[in-house]
Design a protein around this ligand. Structure first.
Ligand code: PHE
Length: 458
């Protein structure tokens, strides 16, 4: 019955592999290769990696399953999914938030993706580049960012199986090959062992509240959970698809790539730039790695070019999915054509990306603007977007969706959706999932929100 309410033009995944590649492609992004290593560096190395993996398993994965179940059950975008399952306007607002978050994050995510396009060329042609100067040059950064959004629009215009699935099936394996090559080079550099040790042997005394909460935030960002993305992608799944298996693959792929991301960066960093501290922050990849590639003989610049190509591929498979969430909303709920939705939202994101691009330019209005939020000073347009949309809104969505499935609706119907197409979800796994959605996820998320608004201090 639910199927008949779907718009015929919605589309469906051509195969299970295609879905796993597309959803895995969404999960694997700048979050794994750019964000994960620098957050790990800021949170003490191995201990953070350990806590992160636990967060993925205990909170991220149950929420991922919850979103996919909601999507496939309803066959709709995040707003439609809650409407279709009988949710009130209040709960539907979490779906609206998903649509807004994806659009907003797309605008600044593309800025960083634009930088990677610039770096592919500077590496390949082997011209030295000063990160600070580069990001402060609007006539490089703005067109590159727009070019990236244009690439995203072109794929989304192709639709589900023709555009997104086709691109992901080609791009994801390419990404794996490049990562393995670079990680293999990094760990075999003389002096790499120190970095491997820093990265993989946890010092448990470094675990504290801040480390745990950073790990959780990173898990949501990286798994693409809390964005309605998995609802949207789940809605294109046929009923006989084994969601449990597909989701395990997605979470596994995402964690593997994040782990490999660190394995590319820390051994190389310790081996080649022993004076540079791993807690360099967001500039880690852009500032430090080109210097690392310079020192790799031979073919350092080719490896560098490959690295940034890899980052671009990862960013593109994520941005495609970010644009698809609002596009699906306008197709389902507002009856727009895919073409109209993709172009309108893409061009809108281009405009919204300009203040984020200008944030790097010292003294610019968007660079100096700041607001205070519960004692936290947020400086610059980019950080403002990242805090309110890329961080706070996500955890609120995760909380609302777990309360919705766990308490407002009968959670057994979602468990039954997950059980379709598999026998491995009977008994204990099902009971465990229900327990996690009803209790563990909401409690942990409330702690995260309290921390974000500064209840536990800095
Ligand atoms: N998971 C992506 C990353 O790691 C970010 C993303 C979130 C993409 C949500 C799409 C939707 O970079």
């Amino acid at each position: 019955m639910q199927k008949s309410s779907k718009t015929p033009s919605r589309g469906q995944w051509g195969s299970s592999f295609g879905f796993i590649m597309a959803a895995g492609g969404s999960a694997v992004g700048l979050g794994n290769i750019w964000r994960f290593p620098y957050i790990t560096g800021q949170n003490g190395g191995g201990a953070f990696v350990f806590v992160y993996l636990i967060c993925v398993l205990l909170v991220g994965l149950p929420l991922l399953l919850n979103e996919v179940a909601l999507g496939r059950k309803s066959g709709k975008n995040p707003v439609g999914a809650i409407k279709e399952t009988g949710g009130s306007r209040f709960w539907q607002s979490s779906g609206v938030l998903c649509v807004v978050v994806c659009f907003a994050v797309l605008s600044y995510y593309s800025v960083i993706a634009g930088w990677t396009i610039g770096y592919i060329f500077t590496e390949l042609i082997n011209i030295p580049i000063d990160f600070e100067v580069f990001i402060q040059t609007p006539h490089y950064v703005i067109p590159l960012c727009m070019l990236f959004i244009l690439m995203t629009v072109i794929v989304v215009l192709g639709g589900i199986s023709g555009g997104i699935e086709k691109a992901a099936k080609f791009l994801m394996p390419l990404l794996f090959i490049i990562i393995i090559l670079i990680a293999a080079r990094a760990v075999t550099l003389p002096g790499a062992t120190k970095g491997i040790e820093y990265y993989l042997s946890p010092d448990f005394s470094k675990i504290n509240g801040k480390v745990i909460l950073s790990a959780l935030g990173q898990a949501f960002f990286s798994l693409s959970v809390g964005w309605g993305l998995m609802i949207t992608f789940g809605s294109y799944l046929p009923k006989d698809n084994n969601i449990i298996k597909s989701s395990a693959w997605i979470a596994g792929m995402d964690s593997t790539v994040a782990l490999m991301g660190g394995l590319m960066i820390f051994p190389a960093l310790f081996a080649l730039l022993p004076g540079v501290s791993p807690d360099e922050g967001p500039a880690l990849v852009f500032n430090v790695l080109p210097r690392v590639f310079d020192q790799i003989e031979p073919f350092g610049n080719i490896i560098g070019g490959m690295f940034f190509l890899l980052l671009l591929v990862a960013a593109l498979t994520s941005s495609i999915s970010m644009l698809e969430v609002p596009v699906a909303y306008f197709i389902d709920e507002r009856k727009w054509s895919r073409k109209r939705a993709a172009w309108t939202l893409g061009i809108g994101a281009m405009f919204l990306s300009i203040p984020s691009s200008l944030t790097a330019v010292k003294g610019n209005f968007f660079n100096v603007m700041h607001i205070s939020f519960f004692g936290r000073d947020i400086v610059g347009f980019f950080d403002l977007m990242d805090f309110f949309f890329g961080t706070l809104a996500i955890v609120i969505i995760c909380l609302m969706l777990s309360l919705y499935s766990g308490w407002v609706k009968n959670i057994k119907t979602f468990a039954a959706e997950l059980a379709l197409g598999t026998t491995s979800f009977e008994g204990l796994p099902q009971k465990a999932w229900i327990f996690f959605i009803r209790w563990v996820c909401p409690i942990v998320i409330i702690l995260v929100i309290l921390n974000m608004v500064g209840v536990f201090g800095e």
